[in-house]
Design a protein around this ligand. Structure first.
Ligand code: NAD
Length: 251
């Protein structure tokens, strides 16, 4: 059974792995034996050290994934430091909140660039060598906003619906070639991205009351699903988005 979930000797990349959900998923993969490269806007040597404590090879790379024209360089850098990549977690994401009628074009573009355009580009660039080898696991981080509309977050909602659709589209093309593309939709997780919601007493209470599990999620809650989708245990799963949401979507 342990072998089914083992990531021993696998090389993984986690974008946005310096904090929040990305960091915890990176630690989960390392605990299962994977070598991990975390990519974030600022280098995260402390995360690199935490990962190495699991006896794996780990690197932290500072890179703005919004620089899509430089993604090939990023892939080369990762492969030079880690070797061929077996697992990609497209986790980095941003949020901008404004009423839809006043939503600035600049913020729309920024959200689309990070949450969608960069995700597709990294799927392509890390995906091609996986296709050539006939093996690979890609996990895109979707959201409850892949299913629902939300309020004041039209760009985020549009981008996360697209991530879920892109996951299915890639799975249709790549499943027969040994490359698994799936997604995880986190629910309401207590990370810095949600500071605005958590600090709004009324919204925070309303959200909590609506979660069947009666608690906000944590980064650690993402580890099981991430390891599962990265491992042989999920080998017949393609194009699916797993919700890690305390039951929200069932409500
Ligand atoms: N927290 C939640 O409740 C929640 C719910 C659903 C989905 N998500 C999704 O989960 C993912 C992680 O969210 P989080 O809450 O941990 O966010 P976070 O803000 O705590 O962390 C985001 C990470 O992404 C990285 N990042 C952002 N822009 C980047 C860029 N241009 N280049 C490189 N790295 C960049 C940051 O450095 C950071 O490491 C996101 O895709 C988010 O949309 C989060």
């Amino acid at each position: 059974m342990n072998e089914l979930f083992s990531l021993q000797g696998k090389n993984a990349v986690v974008t946005g792995g310096s904090r929040g959900l990305g960091k915890e998923m990176a630690l989960g993969l390392a605990q299962a034996g994977a070598n991990v490269a975390v990519i974030s806007r600022k280098s995260a040597p402390e995360v690199e050290e935490e990962l190495k404590a699991y006896g794996v090879h780990a690197v932290s790379i500072a890179f703005d994934i919004g620089q899509i024209e430089q993604h090939e360089e990023l892939v080369n850098l990762v492969e030079a430091q880690l070797g061929p990549v077996d697992i990609l977690i497209n986790n980095a994401g941003i949020q901008k909140r404004h009423p839809a009628a006043e939503f600035p074009q600049q913020d729309w573009q920024a959200v689309m660039d990070i949450n969608l355009h960069a995700v597709f580009s990294l799927c392509q660039l890390f995906g091609r060598p996986m296709l050539a080898r006939g093996a690979g696991k890609i996990i895109n981080i979707a959201s409850l906003l892949s299913y629902q509309g939300g309020v004041n977050i039209p760009a985020y909602t549009a981008s996360k619906h697209a991530v879920s659709g892109l996951t299915k589209a890639l799975a249709n093309e790549w499943a027969s070639k040994g490359v698994h593309v799936n997604a995880i939709a986190p629910g309401y997780m207590a990370t810095e991205m949600n500071d605005a919601l958590i600090n709004d007493e009324t919204r925070s209470r309303q959200i909590l009351e609506r979660i069947p599990a009666q608690q906000w999620g944590s980064g650690q809650d993402m580890q099981g699903a991430a390891v599962f989708l990265a491992s042989a245990a999920s080998n017949y799963i393609h194009g699916f988005t797993i919700a890690v949401d305390g039951g929200w979507l069932a409500g």
